[in-house]
Design a protein around this ligand. Structure first.
Ligand code: FMN
Ligand code: SF4
Length: 518
């Protein structure tokens, strides 16, 4: 009988040696005359344990990690293929607390299945949402998604059902579904994990969006820095097309839908939906003024849904289990689950899908285990480079769109980057302005010029030059950018800057002058 061993093929696992570990397991098994089947699964999202190798046993899958090539002979000696004891053994995978405490709806298959196996996908409830969608038709799909309370996971938190209804109601001879997989936010990787670990769920979500709105063509727009995701997505699309899931007759129905993957050149602003559409059309990635909304005049001037990967990948489970099932998770107006990504100086970095409603402190300490350095947490930045810095005094903030907005923060794409007490918040404020200056598309003055003036002003404060006057000037400049910018790149850069200034004023005080010795 063949033994099954899982070694993730996720880019994060590969970066720490997963390919070499898989080859070493194959070699060692060969030497020992063992018949071993190695499945290259997605990541479970416990990044500090990667490469996390799992073996299938009669009791369930048992995990070992982080495994290096040098560990492999010892693992065989310890009979890990039978689930034997070893210092790297983490026990039954499903009982590892970091996983056991999660509510995995969108990521239910990620790390479990072979990402390119349609049989695996079907075995773990795949395509049930699509079957339902084909059966109930566009009006009821839009109603289900609206009733579920799903809001866009790309950053703005706009209700997905309302966006779909706008596109469904818009006249147009051709409509498009554009999946925003640009994933530019610092500390975020959930889109990549889905594309590498469970690509069919994104395909399924995009087809459902197409049926709901009358769109027949979809594009996945992602970045050149995601070669593994691009390869897996393209392979999955080919497999789905070959199986009649994509194409002129989706699953034998009257609906047609097909998907193409397009690669951007790696500009942060190309994640902004109108800039993305320009880039997809082969133009320079510059922001378009709204109106017209992309929902009415988007790609090639046609009605277009632009949704984030996680928004689309959350739709199949909503259709399968129903709006009420999804809506019941969460808190306030933040319904369902959110894949939180823990990064930066954190002990247990990784992906943690949970219902909205945990406090920031619970996420950082109980789940993340505090800093990797062991030093006190000084600040966390939530929501990417445009998100505010929160000090520990705000760690009682609940993970919920409105609760974060009330404290001048944002959830964004749910990335959390942790800093310990060695961080210099003036440098972080400078970085925010510098990032904006580099990434600005240049269309509007407050962002294009303001960000460069912002860097200069922070430098003057750091140099002790008229600090009080320059702090006031920085505040004034931030207000101009906040209220005068065309898009959120210029409009939200003030949030990390002002939160750093507000919560960490000591970092913005000039170094005390040293009196010359008499
Ligand atoms: C500067 C900038 C960068 C953005 N980058 C991304 C991104 O990488 N991925 C994403 O999904 N949304 C990004 N957005 C948000 C998109 O403009 C848009 O709101 C989103 O794709 C809509 O999808 P959703 O409703 O599913 O969230 C960005 C917005 C701005 C202003
Ligand atoms: S705010 Fe910046 S990125 Fe956005 S349109 Fe203006 S110049 Fe372009």
């Amino acid at each position: 009988m063949s033994l099954t061993i899982y070694v993730p093929q996720d880019a994060a696992a590969i970066a720490v040696g997963a390919d070499k570990v898989a080859a070493a397991i194959e070699r060692e098994a060969g030497l020992r005359g063992l018949n071993v089947a190695i499945v290259r699964n997605g990541s479970r999202g416990l990044l500090w344990l990667e490469p996390l190798v799992e073996v299938r046993t009669g009791h369930g899958r048992i995990a070992y990690g982080p495994v290096t090539v040098a560990d492999v002979p010892g693992l065989f000696e310890a009979d890990f293929i039978g689930g034997g004891e070893h210092p790297l053994c983490q026990g039954l995978t499903k009982e590892i607390p970091y996983l056991a405490r999660q509510t995995r709806l969108t990521f239910s298959r990620c790390g479990v299945t072979d990402p390119l196996s349609l049989a695996d996908y079907r075995h773990y409830e795949g395509f049930k949402g699509l079957e339902k969608a084909v059966a109930i038709g566009p009006v009821d799909i839009v109603k289900t998604v609206t009733d579920s309370g799903l809001r866009g996971r790309g950053g703005a938190g706009f209700p997905t059902g309302i966006k779909w209804k706008t596109v469904a109601d818009a006249p147009g001879d051709r409509k498009y579904i554009v999946c925003n997989a640009d994933e530019g936010d610092s500390g975020t990787f959930s889109d990549r994990m889905i594309m590498e670990g469970d690509p069919f769920v994104l395909i399924e979500g995009m087809i459902i969006a197409g049926i709901a709105t009358g769109a027949t063509k979809g594009y996945v727009y992602t970045r050149s820095e995601y070669p593994h995701a691009i390869k897996t997505m393209r392979a999955a699309i080919d497999i789905a097309r070959g199986a009649g899931i994509l194409g002129p007759s989706v699953m034998g129905s009257a609906y047609a839908f097909d998907i193409e993957v397009r690669m951007g050149a790696g500009a942060y602003v190309c994640g902004e939906e109108t800039s993305l559409l320009n880039s997809l059309e082969g133009k320079r990635g510059i922001v378009r003024a709204k109106p017209p909304l992309p929902a009415l005049q988007g790609l090639f001037g046609r009605p277009t849904v632009v949704n984030n990967v996680i928004s689309l990948a959350s739709v199949p489970v909503i259709l399968d289990r129903g709006a009420a099932f999804y809506r019941d998770y969460g808190v306030g107006r933040s319904h369902g689950t959110i894949p939180i990504q823990l990064a930066g100086n954190i002990k247990h970095g990784g992906l943690y899908e949970t219902a909205f409603g945990l406090t920031l402190g619970e996420i950082i300490y109980d789940i993340g285990g505090g800093t990797a350095s062991g030093r006190p947490v000084k600040a966390v930045q939530v929501g990417g480079p445009l998100g505010a810095y929160f000090p520990p005094s705000l760690f009682d903030t609940v993970f919920d769109y409105e609760a974060f907005a009330a404290k001048d923060g944002l959830i964004g794409h749910a990335g959390i980057v942790v800093f310990d007490d060695t961080a210099d918040m003036l440098k972080q404020a400078r970085f925010a302005m510098e990032f904006c200056a580099i990434e600005s598309c240049g269309k509007c003055t407050p962002c294009r010029i303001g960000s460069t003036r912002g860097v200069e002003t922070v430098d003057r404060i750091a140099g002790g030059i008229e600090p009080e006057k320059n702090r006031a000037l920085l505040t004034d400049l931030c207000n101009t950018m906040k209220f005068g910018s065309l898009c959120a790149l210029g409009g939200f850069t003030p949030y990390p800057v002002m939160s750093a200034l507000h919560h960490f004023p000591e970092d913005f005080a000039p170094a005390p002058m040293v009196e010359a010795a008499e």
